[in-house]
Design a protein around this ligand. Structure first.
Ligand SMILES: [Zn+2]
Length: 215
């Protein structure tokens, strides 16, 4: 997701396609995590809640269901790593918006990670519809590429898997912690690519997309 900070000032903006989500989904405050290529990375406090929810659901639900033999320690450590990599994936998605934006003359100085994902803050508007289309499309494409890369890496780590349709649980149970994490992260990123596809295109004011998302 990306937005022009000046959208928040309301009447001052001449942007024709400022949709409602830009005005309402606005994180406030947070912790500065560092900077990448001069882009300040900030984590909003709401991130803590969703980080905990993801870690908790993986450590107490998904991983124990996949691996009856895992102890609590390994489930929690793998879950923490998975949640951290999930937010790293969101950051890479936002950076892709930022870098394509920069290549097209849009300055991005700040990325915020928050409960609903991430947001790259534009200092100025994209100069053309081509630039804006490029900026919008690169985010979901990046998530898609990340998703397949994680699945590919998981496949490399796990080696050839014997899949028994009568007992799919046995295939999952054979995965080590790193492969389990990657086989969770892959589909999540692919899902993210499709779910945020609409958000990214709504930022271009595509109302048909907004409707198909139900939002
Ligand atoms: Zn995006």
């Amino acid at each position: 997701m990306y937005q022009h900070d000046k959208m928040q000032s309301g009447p001052g903006s001449t942007r024709a396609h400022g949709s409602l989500w830009r005005l309402t989904v606005q994180p406030a405050g947070g912790v500065r995590l560092g900077s990448i290529s001069g882009i300040e990375i900030t984590a909003d406090w709401s991130l803590v809640l969703i980080f905990f929810l993801i870690t908790f659901s993986l450590a107490t639900g998904i991983f124990p269901a996949w691996h009856a033999d895992w102890g609590r320690g390994i489930s929690w450590v793998t879950a923490l790593a998975a949640a951290a990599l999930f937010f790293a994936s969101v950051l890479v998605h936002e950076l892709s918006h930022a870098f394509v934006g920069r290549a097209n003359g849009v300055e991005i100085r700040r990325i915020t990670l928050f409960m609903f994902g991430g947001m790259a803050h534009m200092e100025n508007e994209p100069p053309s519809w081509r630039a804006e289309l490029g900026m919008a499309i690169v985010g979901p494409l990046t998530s898609l590429v990340l998703g397949f890369a994680f699945l590919w890496l998981g496949g490399l780590l796990s080696g050839p898997l014997h899949f028994d349709p009568a007992n799919p649980q046995a295939t999952l149970a054979a995965l080590g912690p790193a492969a389990s994490l990657l086989f969770w992260l892959g589909p999540v990123n692919i899902g993210l690519a499709f779910s945020i596809w609409c958000q990214d295109f709504r930022s271009m004011g595509d109302e048909s997309c907004a409707h198909s998302c139900g939002g």
